[in-house]
Design a protein around this ligand. Structure first.
Ligand SMILES: *Cc1c(COP(=O)(O)O)cnc(C)c1O
Length: 393
């Protein structure tokens, strides 16, 4: 049988990412491919850098999109800042802190772990204690928005502690950028990475990163070469750098960058503070519906992420079957639990273009239909009214 074109169904993406892509972003991707050194393209690259500075709230010159997914942005921060023999304090309160540890060790550095329960934020006191016992740690690394649990850590306070001990900070903002407040310069973050597919309403595959002046100085004064040729910012900046003369480093993912450009235009047009507020407002609407149905959140309200809602699964329900019925009958994707939370929670994303009232109505009614059908112990006929009441308030 001849293989023909791939035509995916239209799904509503309410998992931990990718999230719904804004139609303006998908149509931007379909524009003609031009050369990655074409002067027209170089002009667009400069606009991307400007708009990323806006999104990150930074004046950092070294603010660029890495041509690969969030994981590559993570790796970019670690390989550029760490050298063999360095020490890094790494906070883990979910899946992604564990990946930071992997990165530290692959750089030949030592990871000093600060661990918190999954679903809890990073405890600043534990970080302070870690610095007291390892005052020469070069880096403090933590995840701002832990997508595996839905917990937000206090990035500002954690950065203050690192600064007190003269350490650089590496912050995972893959799920936070565009969804909750993030202030790179005000909080004194030295290296930060994000992703396009979470709260930016864009397609997966690009990772915005930003490095402070202090971080750039550390990179310039390295004793050893950055272990990754592709991610070495000294080389990447030959292409993305400030001067008008751009040298070939790798072929930029031209159309994916059109998509990022359009998503950042959307963010500017909405206004980043409005985007944060939209995420929060919609979270409260979803929450009202889920709680009316009888479901509960695993993260305390004080540090709950609005864009990632981790809720307990009603007793006796085959959670994988629920997710597959949502997908097959309603074209709706929600996320499973990850790591220690596998089988225990669903992760319902309200990220970027997915954070819309019509998605919430679909999610609540589809969940109620499937759970009701499976005889789960939930309250029926109340979720939409509760959501609507919250929405009107
Ligand atoms: C999704 C995610 C990543 C990885 O991003 P990819 O684009 O999947 O490589 C890293 N950290 C966090 C917190 C994430 O949510």
């Amino acid at each position: 049988m001849a293989i023909t074109s791939f035509n995916p169904p239209v799904r509503t993406l309410m998992g931990p990412g990718p999230s719904d892509v804004h139609p303006r972003v998908t149509s931007a991707m379909a524009r003609p491919c031009i050369g990655h050194l074409d002067p027209m393209f170089v002009g667009m690259m400069d606009e991307i850098k400007d708009m990323l500075q806006y999104a990150f709230a930074t004046k950092n010159q070294l603010t660029i999109p890495v041509s690969a997914p969030g994981s590559a942005g993570m790796e970019s921060c670690f390989v550029n800042l760490l050298e063999p023999g360095d020490k890094a304090i790494v906070c883990q309160n979910g899946v992604f802190g564990g990946r930071m540890k992997e990165n530290v060790e692959r750089c030949g550095a030592t990871a000093i772990m600060v661990e918190d329960d999954w679903g809890k934020p990073v405890d600043p006191q534990k970080v302070e204690d870690a610095f007291k016992s390892v005052p020469d740690a070069k880096v403090l690394a933590f995840v701002h928005a832990e997508t595996s649990t839905g917990a937000r850590s206090d990035a500002k306070t954690l950065c203050e502690i690192a600064q007190k001990y003269g350490a650089l900070t590496i912050v995972d903002a893959v799920t936070s950028l565009g969804g909750i407040e993030l202030q790179v310069d005000d909080w004194g973050i030295d290296a930060i990475y994000s992703g396009t597919q979470k709260c930016l309403s864009c397609t997966p595959g690009i990772s915005p990163v930003s490095f402070s002046e202090r971080a750039v100085k550390v990179i310039k004064e390295r004793h050893s070469k950055v272990q990754s040729w592709f991610l070495d910012t000294n080389l990447v900046m030959g292409y993305w750098g400030g001067s008008t003369k751009r040298a070939y480093h790798h072929t930029a993912p031209v159309n994916a960058l059109y998509a990022l450009h359009e998503s950042l235009v959307l963010l500017q047009q909405e206004g980043i503070k409005h985007a944060w507020k939209r995420h929060q407002d919609n979270h409260l609407i979803l929450r009202a519906g889920l709680e009316a149905m009888g479901m509960s959140f695993i993260v305390d309200a004080a540090y709950r992420l609005p864009q990632l809602n981790a809720v307990t699964i009603p007793a006796g329900v085959d959670e994988a079957q629920v997710r597959s019925r949502l997908l097959n009958e309603f074209n709706l994707e929600i996320g499973a639990g990850l790591g220690t939370l596998a089988g225990k929670v669903w992760r319902i994303g309200l990220m970027g273009h997915s954070s819309r009232k019509e998605n919430i109505v679909l999610c609540l009614s589809a969940l109620e239909a499937v759970l009701g059908d499976m005889g789960a112990d939930i309250n029926t006929g109340v979720a939409l009214a509760a959501a609507q009441q919250q929405s009107a308030s």
